[in-house]
Design a protein around this ligand. Structure first.
Ligand code: MN
Ligand code: MN
Length: 290
């Protein structure tokens, strides 16, 4: 089961100048082959399909726990797209890169890539062979970080920069986690593959505060009582910095999501949102909430 917390892993800026074409590029991080839907669904299916858990639980715990973090990454990408579309003009959108954001999505994120191609289940690699799946996951996190850097370079909007700065750091942790799992299993010196891709995160202003806070070393445990054996795999030194890796015994504290305003030109949530607010208010009172 998933326990859901209504907070975001990183603080995203409030809406400013709308950037619909930038939001179209950010869609690649949602539903592209190397997007967050792919990381979430790869690790989710691999964990669902994981056999003989009692004998090799540390590896199960690692994959299942990282899957939970990826759910929050999808939420961050969606929030970024919504932030960038807030206040965008419907009439300008006809010349934009991604008309479905307006015509179908009501200025919201869609489970598709930057060209509108829906996310595809064939992006999931769950072979049943643990070493094969871990190798795939290392490759997936590497490709995902390349994609994030390219979106960072392409899109100047501050929400996209805050998103990619955070995800570059977190993706680095997942890369290290899968590399370390492979080292424990095979003895291969995966540290020689670092840094792949070559991303100088310490020079990226939106990465810097997360590095200063040590987020490149921490793997969070996204469960009150489970996935505790992750510590048996995620340990030792970071292959790039030599600092000690750490499992944090809880999810990150996170940040309250910004309440994005209604967009009445696309009827989101309605052409007259105040009517729905009035109904909600009556229901709250009846439920003794207010
Ligand atoms: Mn991710
Ligand atoms: Mn990841």
């Amino acid at each position: 089961m998933i326990l859901r917390i209504d907070r975001l892993g990183v603080e995203l800026p409030p809406p400013s100048t709308p950037d619909p074409n930038g939001a179209a590029a950010v869609q690649e991080l949602m539903g592209g082959k190397f997007g967050e839907m792919s990381t979430l669904m790869n690790y989710t299916f691999q964990s669902f399909n994981f056999r003989d858990r009692k004998s090799i639980r540390p590896f199960y715990d690692l994959i299942a726990n990282i899957a939970a973090e990826e759910f929050g990454h999808i939420e961050l990408v969606a929030t970024t797209i919504n932030t960038m579309l807030t206040g965008a003009s419907l009439s300008d959108a006809k010349d934009g890169a991604y008309k479905q954001h307006f015509l179908f999505g009501g200025k919201g994120a869609l489970p598709a890539d930057s060209h509108g191609k829906p996310w595809d289940g064939s992006y999931v690699h769950s072979s049943g062979d643990l070493i094969e799946d871990l190798t795939h996951n290392y490759f997936l996190e590497s490709g995902a970080r390349s994609g994030k850097l390219r979106v960072y370079e392409m899109v100047e909007h501050e929400a996209a920069r805050a998103l990619t700065g955070y995800l570059l750091v977190r993706g680095g942790v997942h890369q290290v986690a899968y590399a370390r799992a492979l080292e424990h299993l095979t003895g291969a010196d995966m540290s020689k593959l670092f840094p792949t891709p070559r991303i100088p995160t310490e020079k990226i202003p939106e990465c810097k505060p997360h590095l200063d806070a040590g987020l490149h070393l921490k793997l969070y445990r996204f469960s009150p009582d489970d996935y505790k054996e992750v510590v048996a795999v995620f340990n030792g030194k970071h292959p790039e910095t030599g600092e000690e890796l750490e499992v944090v015994d809880s999810p990150p504290e996170g940040f309250e999501p910004k309440d994005l305003p209604a967009e009445t030109d696309v009827f989101a949530p309605d052409y007259a949102p105040e009517e729905i607010a009035e109904i909600a208010n009556k229901l709250r009172k009846k439920a003794g909430l207010k």
